[in-house]
Design a protein around this ligand. Structure first.
Ligand code: PLP
Length: 391
């Protein structure tokens, strides 16, 4: 359709000016759209949202979201990536893609809480059963797999109890029965270990955490190396009606170049503070997979070259719960709130009994810390002044 001079009102919408082609700059640009314009009817009929070879509708991808998908796939050592509007939505996308009524999914007992809740409620309503397994016992997982099991979720470490499982053993147990494995790789972030080298089929990542790094974006990703598996994820994505906004994708693209620097800085500060807390008499146990004595430390050491900025402590069980709450409330730089991976250090007290059937190895009041990017000496001073109140 050619343009001719029209009413200025129409000109505001159909002005013929096109900027010169060949723009190049460091940022990849932000492309926003609901409608995607096709050059002709033949192209409209030929293109399908079921393939990423072309554009069909904003919900199914723009140059900005496709660009981010390629970079996240590269980060994790996979070949295909599909974005979702949160980490939890990415978990849902995997479940919808792989499970149907009559199937069963296995979850680690210490899995991210809302994932367990999804299995207990939505999946159960849809006739999909779930079973919890002890992530620290690969033989227990092998024994839990049945003819109905179609998916095994993995998380390393559990993001509150910080137990690091024998990933290779768990993956081998699932593989031996031909069951697909999906790893919540948010903690590893594609930097601590190579998920696909270990043999997982699907790596899910809450980009909300380290890839965003700003505590301002919610996003998730699902990476695969297998074409057929990717196709199933892509179909689920298209049918669920979930998409990622271009400005959010751009925010993550902007943060990715500093991801590794930030991750290792969070790691170094967290280890220093975890060691410091471990020296305090009121701290009965430090749960940080890179520290000897932490559950699964040996698995961490044989699997990982780095750690995230996340750890928990078990405070003396003899303390009254109200005193633990008062300790958390007394922190000033550490803010009270969920999530991790941003610049601000965070703290949350948790009930271990809500996330582990057997709490015998995790006795005490659990407090989880997410270490931000503040000066470590200031964070230590903040912990010390709050600990002083515990006596
Ligand atoms: C381990 C883990 N997986 C998944 C998620 C979900 O991510 P989102 O908050 O983007 O839904 C979280 C969020 O806290 C998490 O900690």
């Amino acid at each position: 359709m050619t343009h001719s001079a029209q009413d200025p009102v129409t000109e505001l919408i159909h002005h013929p000016y096109r900027p010169p082609a060949g723009w190049q700059a460091v940022p990849p640009g932000v492309f926003k759209a609901s409608t995607v314009i096709f050059p002709n009817v033949a192209a409209l009929r030929a293109r399908t949202w079921k393939s990423k070879a072309g554009y069909t509708y904003g919900l199914h991808g723009t140059p900005t979201t496709f660009m981010l998908e390629e970079r996240i796939a590269a980060l994790e050592g996979g070949t295909h990536c599909v974005l979702a509007p949160s980490g939890l939505a990415a978990i849902m996308m995997v479940n919808v893609a792989l499970l149907k009524a009559g199937d069963e999914v296995l979850l680690p007992d210490n899995v991210y809480g809302p994932s367990k809740e999804m299995a207990r409620t939505l999946l159960a309503d849809w006739g999909i059963a779930h079973r919890l397994y002890d992530p620290m016992d690969a033989a227990a997982l092998a024994a839990s797999i049945s003819e109905r099991t179609k998916l095994v979720w993995l998380e390393a470490p559990g993001s509150v109890t910080m137990e690091f499982p024998d990933l290779s053993g768990l993956i081998a147990a699932a593989r031996a029965r031909g069951v697909t494995t999906a790893l919540d790789n948010t903690w590893g972030a594609g930097l601590a270990f190579g998920a696909f080298e270990l043999g997982v089929d699907i790596s899910m990542h809450a980009l909300t955490k380290y890839p965003s790094g700003g505590a301002d974006v919610l996003m998730g990703s699902v990476v695969t190396r297998d074409e057929a598996l990717h196709h199933r994820i892509l179909q689920a994505h298209g049918r669920l009606g979930i998409g990622v906004a271009a400005n959010d994708a751009e925010a993550v693209l902007r943060s990715l170049p500093t991801l590794a620097l930030r991750y290792h800085a969070h790691d170094a500060s967290a280890r220093e503070l975890a060691l410091h807390l471990g020296r305090q008499p009121v701290v009965k146990r430090v749960l940080h997979p890179a520290l000897p004595g932490s559950p699964g430390h040996g698995h961490w050491a044989s699997t990982c070259t780095a750690a995230a900025g996340l750890f928990s402590v078990l405070l003396d069980p003899a303390l009254a719960a109200a005193r633990v709450d008062a300790f958390v409330d007394a922190l000033r730089l550490f803010k009270l709130g969920y999530s991790w991976g941003g610049p601000v250090s965070l703290v949350v007290p948790y009930e271990v009994a809500t996330m582990r059937a057997d709490v015998s190895a995790l006795h005490g009041h659990l407090v989880r810390f997410s270490i931000g990017l503040e000066a470590v000496a200031d964070l230590q001073a903040d912990l010390d002044q709050a600990l002083a109140g515990l006596g």
